[in-house]
Design a protein around this ligand. Structure first.
Ligand SMILES: [Zn+2]
Length: 308
């Protein structure tokens, strides 16, 4: 009896030692993993509007120094865009243009038109034929015309490539999966519903760029990409209002929202007071509150740098 009690005690001691060793090993693995992730962190910059216009512009810098741009903004945002690119080393390795609207493609247009000295390695885009824009959105078709003029310019022509649906573009430790491209069958809100949708993956984090995706192409995304939409960080569709529906955001279930949104649009205030304008921003903000989003990063607050 006495002996077995002692045996039990010894066994318990052994068990405790094994548990402590196991715990130390687990902590060591977590530590090494965190250290590696920290070493590979990317910088994500959301640029702020330099005029009263809404706009969208993002820059990403990998740990190894590669620079990726997503849109850029209007012509008025060109100087700030160039300044940011120069701060990151002065070269763009990949430039995604989500759709030809001038508040997205305007900076690229002006870089080419004004012959601004900028080292661009590759441009990826999605767009319908010019005749399609002329048919379904004749008033704004000139924006597609300007964009086509830009990408057909002899200076960059050879660097331009149209993306394919589900194409994956890897650069350093970052991957960009194209989960949405032009949708010629959707002829309402034609430019926006043919936005490129990009899923960025880095360090087990996922960032979804919805560009100006509208309700109709958002529905198509839900039906065709489903679980792929789930992301830690989301760029709010169409500057945070009248973009995709609440169902799409529910599926994404983000923790952080990136808002390419100027102050008047954030408050839906065209100069007549809070929420007195025609925009749906407050409604979208309420959806995000219901989804328990932890952080809203808003372009109205200036250029913002995020580590991921
Ligand atoms: Zn647009």
């Amino acid at each position: 009896m006495q002996k077995s009690k002692q045996e039990n005690k010894t066994n318990i001691k052994k068990l405790i030692i094994i548990l402590i060793i196991a715990l130390l090993i687990i902590l060591l693995i977590i530590g090494i993993k965190n250290l590696l992730a920290k070493d590979n962190k990317i910088e994500l910059i959301q640029m702020s509007p330099q005029s009263q216009s809404q706009m969208m512009g993002y820059l990403i810098k990998t740990k190894q120094g590669k620079v990726i741009a997503i849109d850029g903004g209007t012509v008025a945002d060109t100087e700030n865009f160039i300044k940011n690119v120069n701060d990151l080393g002065g070269k763009i390795d990949i430039w995604f243009i989500t759709h030809p609207h001038k508040d997205h493609a305007g900076v690229l247009n002006s870089v080419i038109e004004q012959n601004i000295d900028l080292n661009i390695e590759k441009i990826y885009y999605t767009a319908n034929d010019l005749s399609w824009y002329l048919e379904y959105d004749p008033e704004r078709a000139y924006e597609a015309e300007n964009f086509y003029k830009t990408i057909n310019n002899s200076k960059i022509k050879d660097k331009v490539e149209e993306v394919a649906l589900n194409q994956i573009i890897n650069i350093d430790n970052v991957s960009f999966e194209i989960i949405g491209v032009k949708n010629p069958e959707i002829t309402v809100n034609p430019f926006n519903n043919s936005s490129m949708v990009i899923k960025l993956k880095v360090n087990e984090k996922q960032v979804l760029f919805l560009a100006d995706t509208g309700a109709e192409s958002g529905k198509k995304l839900l039906e065709t990409q489903g679980d792929k939409l789930k992301s830690d960080i989301v760029q709010m569709a169409h500057h945070g209002q009248a973009g995709v529906t609440e169902e799409v955001y529910k599926k994404i279930n983000p923790k952080i929202c990136l808002w390419p949104t100027p102050d008047w649009l954030w408050d839906n205030d065209p100069g007549t007071g809070y929420n007195t304008g025609p925009y749906k921003t407050i409604e979208t903000r309420n959806w995000m509150e219901t989804l328990n989003v932890k952080q809203n990063i808003i372009a109205k607050d200036g250029d913002i740098n995020l580590e991921i």
